[in-house]
Design a protein around this ligand. Structure first.
Ligand SMILES: *Cc1c(COP(=O)(O)O)cnc(C)c1O
Length: 488
């Protein structure tokens, strides 16, 4: 049973404390008030704090409690061995400003993680610095920009397909580029004619093409080599958004299909925590030609053995954040890689693809799968449905998503990618057993049956009704959000 939870500020009682803080020497601090009162922290006991956060955690939906098929997000299980290793004192209790000699083990770990990532992409070198996927994209775009400038040939345009994640055009724009959109064809893939004509029109003004592969329709781009060859012919770079790498890890080396730059999302492919449980981490691999521009700092191994953090490099784009990156995530990601081995990583990708196709094959009997109708067109690690079927029955994708909540399932990604109206993008990941997939499929089929029943419209307009918070006024939430707490 879940109850409303008051804020710690509302539970605060003057003078109550969970820790004994030494009397503050007012002569040393010029505020004139004890520091706790001055910054207005809630005054609560330790048991109050423990209960507060334990109760709040019960209101949270997470991969640790239920199925979370959020497309393009790879919400896979976070193995507990990762957490155990990350908590080892030598990793958990160090400071980024320590001298290299005192953190050799941690530098060795970063060096090894970089090697694993470079091996998986088949590329020359990898930076671990970026703090998330989008930050990795920005780092990659800055590297591309610097490389063109170094050749004395600054360029203005980045090509982006219309199925791209919103961060791709945002990244290009932040880096000062103009975006040109390449439409998708009827099969959900890059429209080659449109791509070729953009190459002809903009030619040497094109800095790069940013492509997510497999793309956000869950499809592997079959013309990827034609695309990369064309780009290289005009001296442009091929940027691959690697957020969907979980579909091909160990199966495809991006370098082999002509990719010059790719970001990883460690919090997707390599099982480090997501969202509120993050932080994220977005390492970037680059080809040999671009390696000189990678950001600092990075770890190198000196001839006589020790590891050293290199903090300056004349050709580098410089620093993109404080310190070395999300070190705790490096520990978790490398633990995941080493505990699986290359064969384990490969079979994780195979099972992720198998699970998505299992769902696709069952649900395309009920819902409209726009790109898989022809026999033999499989999906990669996620499957995509449109709004067509439910619209014909007077219901939208949003209602399906809310009905899932009433069945204890987190909705899939909805209304993305934009190339499909009312999209439902489902990514089960490899961590789910068949029973969970079957429960999800059965629930979606039950919902489809209800959609066809008489008074379905009314029923769907009231869901979710079984969740802690029921149907929200989403228009108000979007237009009039109250994001600060007003103390009474
Ligand atoms: C998740 C995602 C991103 C952004 O990654 P963040 O780590 O959330 O910044 C970019 N592109 C695609 C295709 C994604 O799925």
């Amino acid at each position: 049973m879940l109850f409303e939870e008051s804020l710690l500020y509302e539970q605060s009682v003057q003078g109550r404390s969970g820790v004994d803080i030494e009397e503050v020497q007012l002569t040393q601090i010029q505020t004139g008030q004890p520091i706790r009162e001055h910054i207005g922290l809630p005054e609560v006991s330790e048991p109050q704090v423990v209960r507060h956060f334990t109760r709040l955690s019960g209101q949270n939906y997470s991969i640790d409690t239920n199925f979370f098929p959020l497309g393009s997000c790879t919400m896979k299980h976070n193995p507990r061995i990762n957490e155990k290793v990350a908590r080892l004192s030598g990793f958990a209790n160090i400071h980024p400003l320590q001298n290299d000699e005192t953190v050799q083990g941690s530098l060795a770990l970063m060096f090894e993680l970089e090697k694993w990532l470079s091996t998986l992409t088949g590329m020359h070198k990898t930076t671990l610095n970026p703090s998330a996927g989008a930050h990795g994209e920005l780092t990659g775009a800055m590297i591309i920009k610097k490389a063109h400038e170094a050749k004395g040939n600054p360029r203005k345009i980045i090509l982006v397909p219309d199925s791209a994640h919103g961060t791709n055009p945002a990244t290009a724009a932040m880096c000062g580029y103009t975006c040109k959109t390449i439409p998708s064809n009827k099969k959900g893939l890059v429209d080659l004619e449109a791509f070729n004509s953009a190459i002809e029109t903009y030619g040497n003004d094109i800095a790069a093409f940013m492509l997510t592969n497999p793309n956000t329709c869950g499809l592997f781009e079959p013309n990827v080599k034609i695309i990369s060859n064309k780009l290289h012919e005009i001296g442009a770079y091929f940027y691959c958004d690697g957020a969907n790498f979980n579909a091909i890890c160990g199966k495809v080396k991006p370098a082999d299909i002509g990719v010059d730059v790719m970001q990883f999302n460690l919090h997707k492919t390599f099982s480090t925590p997501h969202g509120g449980g993050g932080p994220g981490s977005g390492p970037v691999s680059v080809c040999e030609e671009l390696a000189a521009y990678l950001p600092v700092p990075y770890v190198t191994k000196l001839k006589d053995g020790p590891f050293k953090l290199i903090t300056e490099n004349k050709t580098s784009i410089g620093r993109i954040r404080t310190f070395q990156g999300q070190f705790g995530m490096f520990v978790r990601a490398l633990t995941y890689m080493k505990s699986h081995g290359i064969n384990g990583l490969t079979s994780a990708s195979e099972n992720a693809v198998l699970n998505a196709n299992y769902i696709l094959s069952h649900l395309q009997e009920n819902y409209n799968a726009p790109f898989n109708k022809e026999k033999g067109v499989y999906c990669m690690h996620e499957c995509l449905f449109s709004e067509k079927w439910q619209k014909e029955h007077g219901i939208g994708t949003n209602e399906i998503a809310k009905a899932l909540l009433d069945n204890g399932i987190h909705p899939m990604t909805v209304y993305f990618p934009l190339v499909v109206n009312g999209a439902m993008l489902i990514e089960p990941t490899e961590s789910e057993p068949k029973e969970v997939l079957d429960y999800f499929i059965q629930t979606m089929k039950n919902i489809a049956k209800e959609v066809q029943s008489e008074n379905s419209k009314e029923k769907f307009s009231n869901s979710p009704s079984k969740t802690f918070r029921q149907k929200l006024d989403e228009v108000q939430a979007a237009k009039n959000p109250k994001v600060t707490y007003e103390m009474l």
